[in-house]
Design a protein around this ligand. Structure first.
Ligand code: G3P
Length: 225
């Protein structure tokens, strides 16, 4: 698990995985996130116009913001991607891991539009996405765990292959379910972990931190008494 500590090629950063403006504002103000990822499920939960929501988000988050296309055909994806990318230079277009998707990624890469290939579940899918020119790949580790597979193992294999072949595509550990996923993704050399708000808040907490603050305050009160 510690094998790449001495190489020092990556400096893990965190994205928030959300489309909720309150969460996004709060997380951005925490000062610990570098960007944002969304997906159609998260956007649908907000019940707002997608493009308007994205405009608003770009005014909050000063970093990569992944926004997903809905079309599944090449021309449809290309059209949506160009519109999304035109909203703000920080927009990264999320494209599903399909044949048409990778064809789209290649064209977008040639146009200078960054993509994040999503719904990646195997190292070879990640390799293909990288070869198509994806800026990011998103292995969904939680969903692999959900079906009894080892999501972290897949993240590890992708990171290993990318290091061995000096691939510039960045790995985003996605579908994070708990702080352990964040810790292990960082140890394995993932460039990013995209974290739901509930898990992000968990990362701050430790009972000894809470108890320590309380004890300091109690002792301080004795001085004032
Ligand atoms: O970024 C991908 C993520 O949103 C998927 O998470 O929890 O729906 O598997 P989940």
């Amino acid at each position: 698990m510690n094998k790449r500590y001495d190489i020092g090629v990556n400096e893990v950063e965190f994205f928030l995985d959300s489309a909720n403006l309150e969460e996004i504002t709060q997380a951005w103000n925490m000062g610990v996130i570098a960007g944002l990822t969304t997906n159609p499920t998260l956007v649908a939960k907000e019940g707002k116009d997608f493009h308007t929501l994205l405009h608003t988000i770009t005014g909050i988050v000063d970093g990569p913001i992944s926004a997903e296309v809905i079309a599944l055909d090449h021309e449809g994806m290309l059209g949506e991607a160009r519109v999304l990318a035109g909203i703000n230079p920080n927009i990264v277009v999320k494209i599903p891991m399909t044949e048409a998707g990778l064809r789209t990624v290649k064209v977008l890469a040639e146009e200078g539009i960054k993509t994040n290939v999503t719904l990646v579940f195997t190292p070879v899918q990640a390799l293909l996405a990288a070869r198509a020119g994806a800026a990011y790949v998103s292995p969904f580790l939680g969903r692999l765990d959900d079906i009894g597979e080892n999501g972290l193992k897949v993240v590890e294999e992708i990171c290993d292959i990318f290091v061995v072949h000096d691939i510039e595509t960045k790995v985003i550990a996605a579908s994070i379910r708990n702080p352990y996923h964040v810790l292990e993704a960082a140890k394995l050399g993932s460039h990013y972990a995209t974290i739901p708000f509930s898990v992000l808040r968990q990362l701050f907490k430790h009972p000894l931190t809470e108890a320590g603050i309380q004890r300091f305050l109690d002792d301080w009160k004795k001085l004032e008494a």
